[in-house]
Design a protein around this ligand. Structure first.
Ligand code: SF4
Ligand code: SF4
Length: 88
């Protein structure tokens, strides 16, 4: 009985690690860095975790979804609504 319980607990712990998580995604059809302030991505500046990267002004920002916190700061910062939060 207790053995089964331990297996169940362990299974649940594994499940928690692979629970769906939220992440930000850039919609490249809506993203136009040339319309942003001096080509600088406001969403990149807003992400305190530095997960969005822009190689240079006027470049499309790139995302590292594996460690995104899903906080939505980048979504709120983008004037063109080019970023959305999705559940993975
Ligand atoms: S994601 Fe938004 S803020 Fe960033 S470059 Fe694209 S349009 Fe501008
Ligand atoms: S949702 Fe939050 S953690 Fe994820 S990229 Fe946007 S600002 Fe960064």
């Amino acid at each position: 009985m207790s053995g089964a319980s331990r297996i169940s607990d362990s299974y649940n712990a594994d499940k928690e690690e692979i629970m769906p998580s939220k992440t930000a995604l850039v919609d490249y059809k809506k993203c136009h860095p040339e319309k942003c302030d001096n080509g600088v991505c406001a969403a990149v500046l807003a992400c305190t975790h530095k997960l969005l990267k822009q190689e240079a002004p006027y470049e499309i920002p790139m995302m590292n979804p594996s460690v995104c916190q899903g906080c939505g700061d980048c979504v709120r910062a983008c004037p063109l609504k080019a970023i959305k939060i999705v559940t993975m």
